[in-house]
Design a protein around this ligand. Structure first.
Ligand SMILES: [Zn+2]
Length: 337
């Protein structure tokens, strides 16, 4: 569990470079196979097994380089390069642990097993965009770039569920990279409504949401839901440990005050918590929309919005690439649609 403490310098030999090349473009989400032919060359099965078992883990499942959309700017790193490796048994155990899934922390634990961050960095501190990117990257290098998932048609009269297939490598083309010219957090966002109303430059200073923020928000919502749910009326969670992760983008996108309270670090330089909370509760929708738009335009990450066509009724609709059970547990069984 201490993998994230390992320094990036002098580490493993990556199978592909961050700059990318013709054979392996940047952030390619394909599954690679380690070459163990020389390390396991033997005449008998026993000898083969002995050699295999004495092969270092890093050769069995090699580390691969990728570049985070944030380029590491908001973490104080020289660049956004980190090492990721395909999931092994330890990661599978994380997925199987219901307790982790329920606390919304399974991603952090998964990253602890499969990602090498610079020394001292905690996965909870990843920007949401980086986190989502990493999740897809991890899936891609573990199970391959083709992802099959089921979607229910958006046309109410149809409502048929069909299976679709998506090439995760297309996500690499949607990366919104961090803009270094923005500088570091916090960022000033002027509020149009209040500025006009008061004749003063009214602004808030904001930061970008981290994985830890989303965990907090989701857990708080869940607690609230439980408080209002009747005993026995609580829906048991499905088998998908990432069920609640689909709310990540919603958590960034909506303008609820619980999110704004995390985003806004001061109001015109004033950081008194009580005054800030009161200020946020009185914000005009024009002003919260401005904050939301600013974040949307400047938050590094990937665009997981996809268009699917229903094979039954030819209805075309746009959805967020869903994280279904098959995300980390793909089946080779045939299509259902
Ligand atoms: Zn349909």
């Amino acid at each position: 569990m201490s993998d994230q403490e390992i320094s990036l310098t002098g580490g493993p030999i990556p199978v592909k470079g961050p700059k990318g090349d013709k054979e392996h473009p940047i952030n390619e989400m394909n599954a690679h196979v380690a070459d163990l032919t020389a390390a396991t060359d033997s005449s008998s099965p026993e000898e083969f097994l002995r050699k295999l078992l004495s092969t270092p883990d890093e050769q069995l499942i090699p580390w691969e380089e990728c570049v985070l959309p944030s380029r590491g700017i908001y973490y104080g790193w020289p660049d956004g390069t980190i090492f990721v490796r395909a999931m092994g048994q330890a990661a599978e155990k994380v997925l199987a642990t219901q307790r982790l899934a329920q606390s919304g922390q399974s991603i952090d634990y998964l990253f602890r097993e499969c990602v090498r961050f610079p020394a001292g960095f905690q996965p909870e501190d990843l920007l949401i965009g980086d986190r989502v990117f990493l999740l897809y990257f991890l899936r891609g290098i573990t199970h391959g770039n083709m992802y099959e998932f089921a979607v229910t048609c958006g046309n109410e009269e149809c409502g048929k569920t069909s299976t679709h297939s998506y090439d995760l490598n297309e996500l690499a083309g949607t990366i919104q990279w961090a803009d270094p010219s923005l500088g570091v957090e916090p960022f000033r966002v002027d509020l149009p409504y209040l500025s006009k109303a008061t004749g003063k430059e009214v602004y808030v200073s904001i930061r970008m949401l981290r994985g830890g923020d989303v965990n907090d928000i989701l857990n708080r919502r869940k607690t609230r839901k439980k408080m209002f749910a009747r005993p026995g009326g609580i829906k048991t969670r499905g088998r998908n440990p990432f069920e609640n992760r689909q709310s990540d983008s919603q958590a960034v996108d909506d303008s609820l005050s619980e999110n704004l309270e995390k985003l806004i670090v001061n109001v015109m330089g004033v950081s008194d918590p009580l005054m800030m909370r009161q200020f946020i509760s009185k914000m005009h929708a024009q002003d919260t929309a401005t904050v939301r738009e600013w974040l949307k335009d400047h938050t590094p990450g990937i665009d997981t919005t996809i268009t699917v066509t229903c094979p039954e009724c030819s209805n075309e609709f746009t959805i967020e690439l869903p994280i279904t059970e098959g995300f980390f547990r793909p089946t080779k069984s045939g299509r259902t649609g």
